[in-house]
Design a protein around this ligand. Structure first.
Ligand SMILES: [Zn+2]
Length: 216
């Protein structure tokens, strides 16, 4: 099964990709991991990526696609994979279609207010980096770390204003991609505003229907 997971920040896409990856023994592939590996191994493409990242620029589509193509030519993905965070743009999606047949694209749908609540409740310990959540994992004493007693703070990324901006950017960037895959009848929506278990059950249902399709 060759899968793509699409989801806004805070939709739980990464967590679910990891869970489904383990359960179905499908490698979880993200461009972040590919870039890091290429840089570490000092491949020719890796040296290019390092230069681009050091200048604080975005890795261009063509180079990203080349790296993904190399990753998807390895034997561990013969039975399939989960692409997590790729493609991001239509040119990337079109390039991918040139060398891979994708079976399903799972689109994590979530209400903006739910994401804002999830992400804005996050607190981080200034001393040890432990992460808390005011609703789901509150510290025993308000604003103090259970582990080391350090002060908890809100990361700049987790302010309500920053979260809304990130969601807006995500939506603007991803809308054409969602339309692209919907037109090709590859897209399946899930509602990820409830628990991880609820999201997982919906994905399992999609994968089992896909399994029957592939066997037929
Ligand atoms: Zn701490």
């Amino acid at each position: 099964m060759r899968l793509i997971f699409l989801g806004a920040p805070g939709a739980g896409k990464g967590t679910l990709a990891t869970a489904i990856s383990k359960r179905h023994e499908l490698p979880q592939i993200s461009t972040g991991d590919i870039f890091r590996e290429a840089v570490k191994n000092e491949t020719e493409l890796g040296r290019k990526v390092r230069g681009i990242m050091e200048r604080g620029e975005l890795v261009p589509d063509q180079l990203t696609v080349e790296l993904v193509r190399e990753r998807l030519s390895r034997p561990d993905v013969r039975e399939g994979y989960i692409l997590d965070g790729f493609p991001r743009t239509i040119p990337q999606a079109e390039a991918l279609a040139g060398f891979q047949t994708i079976d399903r694209v799972i689109n994590f749908r979530i209400d903006e207010e739910v994401v804002v609540r999830r992400l804005s409740g996050r607190r981080v310990c200034r001393s040890c980096g432990a992460i808390y959540h005011v609703d789901n994992m509150p510290p025993k004493r308000e604003n103090l770390c259970d582990r080391c007693g350090g002060e908890l703070y809100i990361r700049d990324d987790d302010t309500i204003e920053a979260i809304r901006k990130r969601l807006e950017v995500y939506e603007r960037q991803t809308e054409p991609l969602i339309a692209y895959y919907r037109e090709r009848e590859l897209l399946r929506d899930i509602d990820s505003s409830r628990s991880v278990e609820h999201s997982q059950a919906q994905i399992e249902e999609i994968l089992s229907a896909l399994g029957s399709d592939l066997r037929a």
